[in-house]
Write a new protein. Sequence first.
Length: 326
Amino acid sequence: MLALGIEGTAHTAGVGIVDETCRVLANVYDMVRPEKGGIHPREAANHHAEVVVPLIRKAADLAGIDLADLDLVAFSQGPGLGPCLRTVATAARALALTLDRPIVGVNHCVAHLEIGRGVTAAKDPVLLYVSGGNTQVIAFARGRYRVFGETLDIGVGNMLDKFARECGLSFPGGPILEKLARGGTALQALPYSVKGMDVAFSGMLTAALALRKHGASLEDLAFSIQEVAFAMLTEVTERAMAHLENAEVLLGGGVARNQRLQSMVGRMAADRGATMFVPPGDLCIDNGAMIAWTGLQMFRGGVRMTIPETVVDQRYRTDEVPVTWR
Ligand code: ATP
Ligand code: FE2
């Protein structure tokens, strides 16, 4: 079976093609990079509309297939920005109807977890899903992926990007701060906000910007933000693993590419005799392959959707998805 997946919940439009063994035959993407300020939903949607057809062609060429070889079309149904979701859903419907193939709408957060299970040896992991818009600790329990902890305000990547932007750095800020952090030495006092299983980052953002105004170096602040934010994430992930007696932790989302986060979670896992899994970087960020793979498994698990059922859902919750395929 061959599935094509279209991702487009936020700033990235991506198209991936996978087979039933989770071999990734193609995974191409194009990201909006706002010249200044944050992402404008309408502008991002216009961007996706422009690039989605060329991306579909490029993916088919890279995979060395004809679009008629596809068995299934999958797309990101939510959560995300309304105009972006509607644009990729429209593209997916058009493709599915043209090819006369089934269509499946996929929950974006579930896809981050499933691609990790698909390409690593993780079987039933606790997922630390850390991206721009989302920060969640997710695990499978009683037929659903359940959210055990999450951010109460902004995503950790969003916090990194906003801090970087306010300091005049370009987007995305996360990778730039990771480099700067290597030159930091003095740990600055930043709020450590863990409430039960949940975390919060906007207080840290405000505090870090205030310290910057008072002359703290970018290197020290990048270092301190990483140490404190990632320690918070490691703590709640460990608590979920302890409660669930789960010895596997999987990282996903763009921030999972961060080496410092990987080393902190890896150390925590090793200390408890558990194993950490990290998918390759281009499968951590928003991508079409994870949508294709999850759609393919849903289809094999009996999921069928009519066109009216492919309506997008900006607030599609992780635990709304009946997991019929495992
Ligand atoms: P979602 O729609 O799931 O919220 P997203 O739109 O933010 O995701 P992703 O591609 O998963 O997209 O993640 C992008 C985020 O990852 C950005 O906030 C970016 O700064 C961050 N990021 C990427 N690489 C790194 C890194 N090396 N260190 C820290 N953050 C990183
Ligand atoms: Fe994502």
